[in-house]
Design a binder for this molecule. Sequence first.
Ligand SMILES: Cc1ncc(COP(=O)(O)O)c(C=O)c1O
Length: 461
Amino acid sequence: MSTSPASGADWLRRDLDVLWHPCTQMREHQHGLLPLVPIERGEGAWLYDFEGRRYLDAVSSWWTNLFGHAEPRIGAAIARQAQQLEQVILAGFGHAPAIELAEALLRLSPRAEGTPPFTKVFYADNGSAGVEVALKMSFHSHRNRGDTRRTRFIALSNSYHGETLGALAVSDIPLYRRVYAPLLITPVFTPSPDAWDAQPGESAKDCAERAAQSLDALLQREGDTVSAMIIEPLVQCAGGMRMHHPHYLKRARELCSRHGVHLIADEIAVGFGRTGTLFACEQAGIAPDLMCVSKGLTGGFLPLAAVLAPQHVYDDFLDDSRERAFLHSHSYTGNPLACAAARATLGIFDSEPVLERNRITSARMAALAAPLAAHPNVAEVRQTGMILAMELVADKATRAPLPANQRAGLRAYRHAMEQGVVLRPLGDVLYWMPPYCIDEEGLDQLARVTASALAKAVEGL
Ligand SMILES: Cc1ncc(COP(=O)(O)O)c(C=O)c1O
């Protein structure tokens, strides 16, 4: 077997021979409808293929990358750690990267009056697994306190929390969920505060309040059977980068506390500066009861997740009985290499004015996207920090969706790839979520290519 193929075409053939790609209808690759691009290397905001063509990674490789590909400080931290300890079972053993990372996460975590601070970190090895941990931890802690009625979860309509069965169960995106529905626990979905759903004359805050009133009614009716409410604070990312007013988080916090329901913040996609603050919850001045982080945690280098918990939840599990312990584990829980990568990533936040720089970058993104708002097929350009999205429609006035057979998102994707930009629309929503190190040249190219991808997407309508 050759390990150094002559060209990208070689890799492409070998790839299709053996790989089954995630979240992909493989037939689209086989029939050439969707480009499949073998990548040789990455640097900064760019990915390079085997022919030397470069692609701007405008989606931060599934929202994981923060400071650029092959960021040297994170790479070096992993290399150093690899010389010392690559993995050790985390049951019965500990190690410096896991401890130091937990200390840093607890120090940086959101705090708010009236909510007990986080004091413990439980590791998992990807975002979905982190969500599973939070759901099980919530349920089990109520149970250990003798409250056996709290067996249900509340999630928002249009939510997304991952693909494992528990995480998928509290997700509400039909494309991913519907087929597996017979296998899933049934949560209670409550209306999303998504400002896109604002009625005429309603502000984003009014819309959030309306959704909060539904939550209030739900909790009044059934609150004593609910273990936790899970929410993606400020932006429902996979649900089409739908954004809501922080008012909802304040109200959800207040209502969950009133009814003894844990509030789980899924900061997996929005944490680590994506929304303009280190954690999205900060913009509402609230702290959740459990918080899940992953993706950007390692700067996009290695899979790792963490669930932050307060002392009282931890204490609920302390007992002589092993059954009352949290017997959840993954083989790579707290992997030293991943923890070292995360420690180095948080070190960059400590040593550089990341959030200030992002404010400049996000202002530039807003200015570059502003002209696109005038396009007759763009119903809205919305932005929260380093996430900017535009919603394509057939008719701006009625917001009627584009016909499905237009395959607008796919057209935009293909065109952008030809122009050297990875835009990976969510349905008919084009969005920018670039690595924080994107420079002026990258931003200009992104805006230029988005404009032409938009034209391609609606061509022939
Ligand atoms: C908000 C949110 N939660 C959970 C997940 C699942 O994370 P992972 O893909 O690492 O399992 C995602 C992934 O996109 C996400 O956006």
